[in-house]
Design a protein around this ligand. Structure first.
Ligand SMILES: [Zn+2]
Ligand SMILES: [Zn+2]
Length: 101
């Protein structure tokens, strides 16, 4: 049995802030503004056809791991995405500070 997780290395230009994002196969969100795009049904499969921009609405912290919750602006789907070390930590702190508002 092989894993259904498909690593997809692709570079993209962030549609929110315009940053050039070098794909590493693990992240699907912009490391600068942390916005994502609704393209996956399961991580890496690119099976979704929504294509809406996903806003980082909150950050959950568990065992010192940060999970960014993305919410699609178009269809309202919420998806957790693990933060990676390349992500803009200031932005993560900012979003988690907004949690308590
Ligand atoms: Zn961006
Ligand atoms: Zn969507």
């Amino acid at each position: 049995m092989s894993s259904k997780f498909i690593k997809n290395k692709e570079d993209f230009v962030c549609q929110k802030c315009g940053a050039d994002v070098v794909g590493n196969g693990y992240t699907n969100h912009c490391p600068e503004c942390l916005w994502s795009k609704h393209v996956d049904v399961f991580p890496g499969d690119r099976a979704g056809d929504c294509g809406g921009m996903m806003e980082p609405v909150r950050v959950e912290v568990k065992n010192k791991e940060y999970t960014i919750i993305h919410k699609c602006q178009k269809c309202g789907t919420e998806k957790p995405n693990k933060a990676v070390k390349e992500d803009n930590f200031q932005m993560i702190i900012q979003i988690s500070a907004n949690n308590s508002k």
